[in-house]
Design a protein around this ligand. Structure first.
Ligand SMILES: *Cc1c(COP(=O)(O)O)cnc(C)c1O
Length: 487
């Protein structure tokens, strides 16, 4: 062998040694695992009584004290920093008292599913490369499609969240209707003022910022009025516009209202519009008999979005898009590449890469598969039924404290406000703002607010799997204390 080869071999061996920390041995793995698990156990030990919001000054700033270095830091120091600067400040979506916005979850079994996925690092983008990984995700998507009531030809994708899932649906609707650039200015989208902002955002990203978005009138329960939708579409058609997309909500973010899906499906079908149902928040209430009845007609939607990181209590990072005619989802996301030629003939099973913008991706399946297979559906169903009843309970009890309430909750969001008689609206709004800020500062529970009809309104969203009767009672107590502090 030449001296050059010898030099090269010596250099390679030196680099291999220098890169060795990348492959910890069994003993080191045990140390790392123990320290990491110990931190999560510290977190979970007090989760039932943990603060739901921690209002610390300049949160997370301590992270900047230690930049990335050449040779790293000790794990205990890093974990200590992570707990102090990341876990502690701000909202705690894993806590029972997180009742703001749309709560998340943090199901423990999902963390273990992520661990399995990450260590084996199976490639879940293409069937050829990771057949089991792709089948696992497709099996979950089929389960969700059955829940919605979709036929065998449906297809879907487990995306990172509802926003990306909504984007995939919008792009699919655009291509399915053959909309081209020249058509955008005439295209009309129908939604309500209660549509989630990820939908106008998706329209803009999809190139459709020029399309007209019509705000369809709401009924007194903040649900879309199907008669107003029909009238708006007819008027636009008469004016030479191109009615295209109807955006309905199965659980709006603000009030949890479920639009009358069957009536809306009638209108959309008659008018040849694509019907998308944003069920990111409410979709998994289909697991309950009540939810099934309320969302009747969802199976007639062309596309549906459901968020497992909301309604199935997963940690953040899982949203599902389902399209009734799966070929249309594929058509909107198809691609080719010379470097993909080995995989081209292995498409008997639909691959995520053919149904989404992603190629290499987080193998998200196991974070849902493990808890669902391990526990079965029953505990999820029970938890969702519990959330529905907790919302009803709060709706009743908060009135007993003297709050004015919005409509009976469709799902698990309750709107309410402090509206003492004889106090002008501006002053009422200020009082409600003081209440929401006071509750956040207190930190035992975390609620949020919104504007409804120009009124500063408080929201309670019950969806965290750890939220039970006692935290709702505690919320009522915290609110009562806030009222006492107003005088
Ligand atoms: C949360 C939510 C979204 C956005 O989903 P992300 O997972 O947060 O991206 C869209 N629509 C509705 C109704 C939602 O509640």
């Amino acid at each position: 062998m030449s001296t050059e080869s010898d030099d090269l071999r010596a250099r390679l061996r030196a680099l291999e040694r220098a890169a060795r920390p990348l492959e910890p041995g069994a003993t080191r793995r045990r140390e790392l695992r123990r320290a990491t698990v110990a931190s999560t156990e510290r977190f979970l030990r007090h989760i039932a009584t943990a603060r739901a919001y921690d209002d610390v000054p300049d949160p997370g700033i301590g992270l900047l004290e230690s930049p990335v270095t050449e040779h790293g830091m000790a794990l205990p120091d890093l974990i200590e920093r992570f707990e102090r600067e990341v876990v502690k400040p701000g909202g705690n979506p894993a806590s029972a008292g997180y009742l703001a916005y749309i709560p998340g979850g943090g199901l423990y079994h999902s963390a273990l599913g992520d661990f399995l996925a990450a260590v084996s690092d199976k490639y879940a983008g293409i069937f050829f490369a990771g057949p089991g990984a792709v089948r696992l995700e497709n099996q979950l998507l089929r389960w969700a499609a059955d829940l919605v009531g979709y036929p065998a030809g449906a297809a879907g994708n487990i995306a990172s969240g509802g926003s990306i899932a909504n984007l995939a649906a919008v792009v699919t609707a655009r291509d399915a209707h053959g909309l081209r650039g020249a058509d955008y200015a005439r295209a009309v989208v129908y939604g309500t003022g209660q549509a989630h902002h990820s939908l106008p955002k998706a329209l803009r990203i999809a190139g459709l910022a020029e399309a007209t978005v019509r705000e369809v009138a709401l009924d007194e329960h903040y649900r879309m009025r199907a008669d107003a939708l029909a009238a708006a579409i007819a008027a636009d058609r008469a004016a030479g516009l191109r009615p295209w997309l109807v955006l309905a909500a199965a659980g709006s973010t603000d009030t949890g209202a479920v639009d009358p899906l069957a009536d809306i499906a009638d209108v959309a079908q008659r008018q040849g519009c694509w019907l998308h149902v944003d069920a990111a928040y409410g979709g998994f209430f289909l697991l309950t008999a009540y939810g099934r009845a309320l969302m009747r007609g969802i199976e007639r939607a062309d596309s549906v979005v459901l968020d497992p990181h909301k309604g199935l209590f997963l940690p953040y990072g899982a949203g599902m898009v389902l399209v009734r005619d799966g070929a249309l989802l594929a058509a909107a996301h198809s691609y080719t590449g010379n470097y993909m030629q080995d995989a081209a003939d292995a498409r008997a099973e639909a691959s995520p890469a053919d149904l989404s913008p992603e190629l290499s991706k987080h193998f998200r399946g196991p974070r849902l598969w493990l808890p669902l297979m391990l526990l079965g559906v029953a505990p999820f169903r029970a938890a969702l039924e519990e959330k529905l009843l907790l919302a009803q309970y709060f709706h009743r009890e908060v009135q007993a404290l003297g709050f004015a309430v919005g409509p009976e909750p469709d799902l698990s969001v309750v709107t309410y406000r402090w509206a003492p008689r004889g106090v002008p609206l501006e002053e009422q709004n200020r009082l409600n703002q003081r209440i929401v800020e006071g509750v956040r500062h207190d930190g035992r529970v975390f609620i949020s607010s919104t504007m409804l009809d120009g009124r500063f309104t408080l929201r309670l969203a019950v969806l965290a799997f750890r939220s039970h009767l006692r935290i709702i009672d505690r919320t009522l107590q915290v609110l009562q204390e806030q009222l006492a502090a107003l005088d």
